[in-house]
Design a protein around this ligand. Structure first.
Ligand code: HEC
Length: 145
């Protein structure tokens, strides 16, 4: 338990520090100020968040959900704030996540769409447990209860 605590602390300090639950950081363009530029991956994460938020409301309304968003696969190449985050775990969780996200759009599946959607969101959370715990409370809000 103690080791886990240290790990969590280290994860907090290394990545996603101070960003905890803030969805976006406003960029102030002043020559005197340091400009915070989110990484390509941070932007991609926010895109995936918004996409799934919209998807959740379509599922809840029983609307059609369209096709799998192929651009989710930018996950495999986007530049991270801390490039060392892209380790074996990251690759593993990326693969599982993309697989689950694809399954949401599989019209032949016999698993209810709500459950397939929640499996994908749970993989967002699983990966975040290993790399970046700050946004987890926000991601949990995407789950369909
Ligand atoms: C394979 C691991 C992995 C998966 C899967 C993953 N994330 Fe992330 N997420 C990260 C990492 C690492 C960062 C930090 C990115 C950076 O700062 O470059 C991050 C950052 C974020 C952020 C903060 C972005 C910011 O503005 O700083 C949000 C929000 C987020 N993820 C939501 C999600 C959601 C929603 C999903 C699923 C749809 C998801 N993540 C799937 C690893 C993952």
């Amino acid at each position: 338990m103690r080791i886990f605590g240290y790990f969590v602390l280290a994860a907090l300090l290394v990545s996603c520090n101070s960003k905890k639950e803030e969805p976006t950081v406003s960029v102030v363009k002043s020559p005197d100020m340091e400009i915070y530029t989110p990484s390509e991956m941070a932007n991609h994460m926010n895109y995936m968040y918004e996409y799934n938020e919209a998807l959740k409301s379509r599922i809840l309304k029983g609307d059609t959900i369209g096709d799998y968003p192929v651009d989710f696969e930018i996950l495999y190449s986007a530049e991270l704030t801390d490039p060392t985050d892209r380790d074996d775990f990251f690759e593993l969780f990326s693969n599982h996540f993309i697989e689950r996200q694809k399954e949401i759009f599989d019209e032949e599946s016999e698993i209810p769409v709500k459950d397939r959607y929640n499996s994908a969101i749970n993989l967002c959370i699983s990966c975040h447990n290993t790399t970046c715990i700050g946004p987890i409370p926000r991601i949990k809000k995407l789950l369909i209860q």
